[in-house]
Design a protein around this ligand. Structure first.
Ligand SMILES: NC(=O)c1ccc[n+]([C@@H]2O[C@H](COP(=O)([O-])OP(=O)(O)OC[C@H]3O[C@@H](n4cnc5c(N)ncnc54)[C@H](OP(=O)(O)O)[C@@H]3O)[C@@H](O)[C@H]2O)c1
Length: 245
């Protein structure tokens, strides 16, 4: 039985990945900031699959409690094999850009807390010479755009951090998986007009599950986003800055 911690486990995407690990009978330690939502997630999973699930309420912004959280997870699970970091917020770009305090808060949620959690996981896995850290970044981190550069820059910071972390721990048999979804139809994007490019959370959740099992370095989900972002990254800056993206 593998031991898996999911931070941001009430996220629509992470729930789908959790279900697949539950189907395999793995022991789950689910973390999010609202215990009643976590209980609903657990009950839904246990109605479908027979497995063991423990819950823990934590706010990603409580940086000083991250170490304690890992100790609790390791003690409860009796070790740790996989960590999925999935929490996040999508700020309103035009409102947030007017307020540096809000920008810092968004960076703390979407970048700094993620870096802290991933570092603690890496230090633990490096010592045991095995483990997998998967983090949901975003295609938004591949290029800064006027419509969402605060969120995009935070995700870009995560992506670059994970790239370096992967380099560091590769020789210890630890895998670091960067997940880059495009647009996904979840509560986070409920206010946005939908287009055919929107993926379903269960498809993205399945992609994350597969990437974690294979220890893939970078997974664009769905896969066609790799091509889209390759083209977007190739547009010269002089042209890009005039585009309304
Ligand atoms: N949806 C997309 O189009 C898309 C695209 C690319 C990447 N992503 C990334 O995918 C991940 C999952 O997002 P989702 O689409 O599944 O959205 P979601 O359903 O809104 O999930 C986000 C989760 O993060 C939790 N969270 C927010 N702030 C937190 C904090 N300070 N501490 C602990 N938990 C916190 C939320 O809890 P509450 O609900 O209680 O606030 C929620 O459970 C995020 O990292 C997101 O950036 C999403």
């Amino acid at each position: 039985m593998k031991k898996i911690m999911i931070f941001g486990a009430a996220s629509a995407i992470a729930q789908e990945t959790a279900k697949l690990f539950a189907r395999d009978g793995e022991h789950l330690f689910l973390v999010d900031m609202n215990i009643s939502r976590l209980e609903a997630v657990r009950d839904d999973i246990l109605a479908r699959f027979k497995t063991k699930i423990d819950l823990y309420e934590a706010n990603a912004l409580d940086f000083d409690k991250h170490q304690e959280l890992f100790e609790k997870a390791i003690q409860t699970l009796g070790g740790l094999d996989y960590v999925l970091i999935a929490h996040g917020t999508l700020p309103d770009q035009t409102k947030t850009q007017e307020n540096p305090e809000s920008i810092i808060r968004e960076f703390n949620i979407n970048c700094v807390s993620v870096i802290s959690l991933a570092s603690i996981a890496a230090n633990y896995f490096e010592k045991q010479n095995q483990g997998c850290i998967a983090v949901i970044s975003s295609v938004a981190g591949d290029r800064g755009r006027q419509s969402n550069y605060i969120y995009g820059a935070a995700k870009g910071g995560v992506t670059t951090f994970l790239q370096g972390l992967r380099n560091r721990v590769a020789h210890s048999g630890v895998s670091v998986v960067t997940i880059k979804p495009g647009m996904v139809d979840t509560p986070m994007t409920a206010h946005l007009p939908k287009s055919p490019l929107f993926a379903k959370p269960n498809d993205v959740g399945k992609g994350i599950y597969k990437a974690m099992l294979s220890g893939k370095d970078v997974a664009y989900l769905p896969g066609y986003w790799r091509l889209i972002m390759t083209i977007i990254k190739m547009i010269p800056e002089g042209i890009f800055k005039k585009m309304k993206l």
